[in-house]
Write a protein that binds this ligand. Structure first.
Ligand code: ATP
Ligand code: MG
Length: 568
């Protein structure tokens, strides 16, 4: 490709709409343009990278034995109504009616249509196991679309679904996808961590996420360098710790704490440490109310709590009016003593003595509260969020925490969708069997952002040859000098003939402008044809290294070919 024929409207200024590096660079390097909030166009360079990402994913899915098909993005409501997700997705599902008033949505994820296809098309148990996939545009009306392609409302996902007749079969299908994902993210050049993720009621090793550690990641992960344990915050198990509490059981005291609502205010008011308090939070769990307790220096993990309670909808904080009704007090004074709803206490609360809680009376707290004597939790379990320095649940060494970008997710679904939609099969012995499913997603467009978030410097994008829009750029310093231009053309043609994805910057721009653009758009190898071209000498430079090396034309071509071959 020649630069003159390519639409590359690079920007010198950093666009105001972008907050994070990858988003800024994708706009500046003319990879993408914003059409509306969370909706982007892919300009030629961005599209080239996107296609390369897709190609790698496709190759690895095919290698793992998955079959590609393509579902519509515009989908009738029925299957989503049968699974209950027509409601569950809430406002994040783009819904619409056709001219006859029938309901449709733009697919946010495709478990339902894939399950329906297997119901309609698979005739015999002999066709299982089977893994189907597609690379397709997804639509989610995200509450906070942001960070460019990281969290958009229209994005491309590779989604795969496995169908097995036995649990052991599911384990095997899952393992194949796990291995394929490792290969994919390695080929994309991503530095990734695999974390255990929440799998709702499934438990076990039912769900893992592929994370790229980055301060801009929206997921929090806990990991241990000593043993390799890694889990999403939602999943990470916490070992309870014990603090130094006064010995013996002191007498319960009701103390006046006027205008003191938060733990911070209480700590200040009482002149003690946060761990001396236990927080009591009232939640709405489907159609009932529950109280959850953690130590004052801890946070409640709502996902763990939801799984423990076993409710369908996400937990919601109880409305202030409900809190007033259940506790007879203003918000901020709830406590377990005399509370008449189920109490879920964290493991650490069970290790506290003589602590402080809300008194269920406005402006009052109880001091010297003791479990069993003053109240009885309904359930005691791990319901807190892990923190930096906590003991690793596997080996006991200190846990570290980081932010992560979720680029992929694999999940043992079990029979959730096959049961809801009625996917069954008659097995060998003529007995009916329910089909067991797994689902496996990769955020294709998010992978592009993550790769750039990870690969950049002050001059622009740095991508590996496997996904850079072009592999080599040839730049004549002065395109008006015939000798330079001719040699640049020759190098370009030779590279093309060798199967290299080469770009020739044939624009009559100043050399400085061309160098800046080449760096900004992130082409891995740069060959510059300048004053020494008469002697057959050119400059060779890798985007990721600072050094420029002079060498003969044939040496430069050979080096480029070898480098690309070894890094694809
Ligand atoms: P998140 O927690 O980030 O909202 P998710 O867990 O809802 O994502 P999945 O349903 O697991 O997402 O979708 C599979 C993959 O699709 C994710 O791992 C992620 O890479 C990608 N993805 C999900 N939502 C978006 C989005 N709004 N924009 C871009 N990519 C997304
Ligand atoms: Mg996910």
């Amino acid at each position: 490709m020649r630069m003159k024929n390519l639409l590359v409207p690079t920007l010198r200024e950093v666009p105001a709409e972008a907050e994070i590096t990858s988003h800024k660079l994708m706009l500046r390097a003319a990879y993408i343009r914003r059409m509306a909030a969370g909706i982007y166009s892919y300009l030629p360079l961005g599209l080239r990278t996107l296609k390369k990402v897709e190609k790698i994913i496709r190759e690895e899915m095919d290698r793992a034995g998955a079959q590609e098909l393509l579902m519509p993005a515009l989908l009738p409501a029925e299957a989503y109504q049968s699974s209950g997700r027509w409601e569950v997705f809430g406002p994040s599902m783009f819904k619409m009616k056709d001219r006859y008033g029938r309901d449709y949505c733009l697919g946010p994820t495709h478990e339902e249509p894939f399950t329906q296809t297997v119901i309609d098309e698979v005739r015999s148990y002999k066709e299982y196991p089977m893994t189907l996939y597609q690379i397709q545009t997804k639509y989610r009306d995200e509450g906070r679309p942001r960070f460019g392609l990281m969290r958009s409302r229209e994005f491309i996902m590779k989604d795969a679904y496995s169908f097995d007749l036995t649990e052991a079969g599911l384990d095997e299908s899952y393992k194949k996808m796990y291995n394929a994902y490792c290969r994919i993210f390695e080929r994309l050049g991503l530095d990734f961590t695999i974390v255990d993720a929440d799998s709702g009621a499934m438990g076990g090793s039912g769900s893992q996420e592929f994370m790229v550690k980055s301060p801009v990641g929206e997921d929090s992960i806990a990991y241990c360098d000593a043993c390799g344990y890694a889990a999403n915050y939602e999943k990470a198990a916490c070992i309870p710790t014990e603090k130094d509490f006064p010995e013996g059981e002191l007498a319960l005291e009701k103390i006046k704490t006027p205008e003191v609502h938060t733990i911070e205010e209480l700590v200040e008011f009482m002149g003690t440490e946060p761990y001396v308090f236990a927080k009591t939070i009232i939640y709405k769990a489907d159609d009932k109310y529950i109280a959850a307790m953690v130590r004052g220096d801890r946070e409640i993990n709502e996902v763990k709590l939801k799984n423990l309670v076993g409710c369908v909808d996400d937990l919601e904080l109880a409305a202030p009016s409900v809190v007033r009704e259940l506790t007879n007090a203003q918000v901020g004074f709830a406590g377990p003593v005399g509370l008449d709803i189920p109490i879920y206490a964290d493991l650490e609360v069970a290790k506290m003595r003589n602590f402080i809680v809300g008194a269920n009376v406005t402006d009052f707290h109880y001091k010297n509260v003791n479990i069993h004597r003053d109240f009885e939790p309904t359930v005691t379990a791990d319901i807190r969020v892990i923190t930096n320095g906590d003991a690793c649940p596997k080996c006991g060494q200190p846990i570290k925490t980081a932010q992560g970008i979720e680029v992929g997710h694999i999940f043992k679904l079990g029979t959730k969708y096959s049961k809801a939609l009625g996917l069954t099969c008659t097995d060998e012995s003529g007995k009916p069997a329910t089909v067991i499913m797994g689902c496996y997603g990769i955020g294709v467009t998010r992978c592009m952002s993550a790769a750039i978030e990870q690969g950049n410097d002050e001059n622009g994008i740095i991508l590996p040859p496997s996904i850079a829009p072009f592999e080599v750029i040839v730049i004549p310093v002065n395109a008006k000098e015939e000798e330079q231009m001719q040699l640049a053309e020759k190098i370009y043609t030779e590279l093309k003939n060798a199967g290299i994805d080469a770009l020739l910057d044939d624009r009559e721009e100043r050399a400085g402008v061309k160098f800046k653009d080449a760096d900004l758009i992130g082409i891995p190898v740069r060959i510059v044809v300048g004053k020494k071209c008469g002697n057959g000498i050119v400059e060779y430079k890798l985007r990721k290294n600072p050094d420029t090396v002079e060498m003969t034309v044939s040496e430069a071509i050979e080096r480029a070919k070898t480098y690309i071959r070894e890094n694809l």
